[in-house]
Design a protein around this ligand. Structure first.
Ligand SMILES: Cc1ncc(COP(=O)(O)O)c(C=O)c1O
Length: 388
């Protein structure tokens, strides 16, 4: 079924096809110089020291989590059974790696308007047992990192960010994804940039960077610099270092084509974000006081992944009608990420507790949805939303 107003559209043009041709010409398809160049350019653009590309945003979350188990830095190292706080609304693979590494997940409610952490609930949920905080910037909206830092830093709580939905968002002029000790990004098709599949982790911590270089590829030493934080000094004999395994890692490597695509796409990123923000401003202008639904309240500068519409209380329970009305106007829409994730059947496999109630997550689970945003102007679509 094709929609007049789809959730996602392509931002590729000849540049991306030329990049693919460049890789074909080079005859080097597995991870190589394009991926390396993309990582350097990405780190520079986002104001981070290091970047590690992987094959998806989900893999980026896995790599961040694993790195916290294999770091030698006691201030960052996590152990099985320790508590990590997570927001009740996010994507499945925000949670899975944390659970797979044996952490106990404490679910905290979100704010009904920002769709990010309910900061009062978060503050109340933090105890002496809390070791880490997973921050998710939902649908383009950055969290209030000034508050989050004030909550975590004095207690030595390790903060990581799943920024897979919010590339290009900023808080106090700093890029979302760079506030945590590591931050993840996705470049899956429907996101701000597209390498079709792809992800990235950024960090300023050189030891974590080296740990991730090893974990990304078989847990071997081959991609580590000669002097590194994992093995110390490597041998100058490449034969000796070719099959030397030091960490229980994975194969999360991206293709060289994905790196080449990423390089073209981040050149466009400032313009892509500007286009999305212009639409965001128009949505704020035209839909802020809509009688039927609330829009997402922006913290910092959102990169507006999409536009959430949450029914106001006097319209609660009428989402099915809203989906029908949107469908008639040609809008493709989806629930707000996974709604209240803690309601999913998969929770029986996840060691967890729920802090207080998740009433806002439940509310948006039953009464929320989102429609797509794009990098080009959407005045007609926004006027249609206003007329709902
Ligand atoms: C918050 C969040 N985290 C992680 C992911 C996973 O990213 P990917 O689809 O690249 O694996 C997504 C996917 O959209 C997401 O929304």
């Amino acid at each position: 079924m094709s929609f007049k107003y789809p959730l996602a559209t392509s931002s590729w043009d000849d540049a991306e096809y030329a990049a693919l041709d460049r890789v074909i010409e080079s005859d080097m398809f597995s991870m190589g110089p394009e991926v390396r160049a993309y990582e350097t350019e990405f780190a520079d653009l986002f104001g981070s020291k290091f970047a590690v590309m992987v094959n998806s945003g989900s893999s980026a979350n896995l790599l961040m989590t694993a790195a916290l188990f294999f770091t030698r830095n006691p201030a960052l190292k996590l152990n099985r059974g320790e508590e990590v706080i997570v927001p009740a609304v996010s994507w499945s693979t925000t949670y899975y790696p944390l659970s797979q590494y044996g952490l106990r997940l404490k679910f905290v409610d979100i704010d009904r308007e920002t769709l990010n952490y309910d900061l009062a609930a978060l503050e109340a949920a933090i105890t002496d047992r809390t070791r880490a905080l997973m921050v998710v910037n939902l649908l383009g909206n950055p969290n209030d990192f000034a508050r989050l830092k004030a909550l975590t830093e004095p207690r030595g709580i390790v903060m990581i960010e799943d920024n897979c939905e919010s590339m290009g968002a900023t808080f106090e002029n700093r890029q979302a994804g760079t506030f945590g000790v590591m931050g993840s990004y996705s470049s899956f098709f429907s996101h701000h940039i597209s390498t079709m599949e792809g992800g990235m982790v950024v960090t300023d911590d050189e030891e974590l960077y080296h740990v991730m270089l090893s974990l990304r590829a078989h847990g071997w030493t081959r991609n580590l610099p000669k002097f590194n934080h994992v093995t110390g000094e490597k041998s100058d004999d490449p034969f000796e270092e070719s099959f030397r395994f030091v960490l229980p890692g994975y194969n999360l490597r991206p293709l060289e084509m994905s790196g080449a695509l990423g390089r073209e796409q981040i050149r466009k990123l400032p313009a892509l974000i500007e286009g999305r923000r212009a639409n965001g401003a128009m949505v704020q202008d035209m839909l802020n006081d809509h009688p039927r639904f609330m829009i997402q309240r922006e913290i910092g500068e959102s990169s507006w992944f999409g536009f959430s519409l949450v029914l106001r209380e006097d319209h609660a329970g009428q989402r099915a009608q809203m989906v029908r009305d949107l469908g008639e106007k040609g809008f493709e829409c989806r629930p707000i990420v996974a709604g209240n994730f803690a309601k999913n059947e998969v929770m029986q496999h996840i060691d967890h507790e729920i802090h207080g109630t998740l009433s806002n997550a439940d509310y948006i689970d039953a009464n929320g949805l989102f429609v797509g945003n794009h990098h080009y102007p959407l005045p007609e679509a926004i006027r249609e939303l206003a007329s709902l």
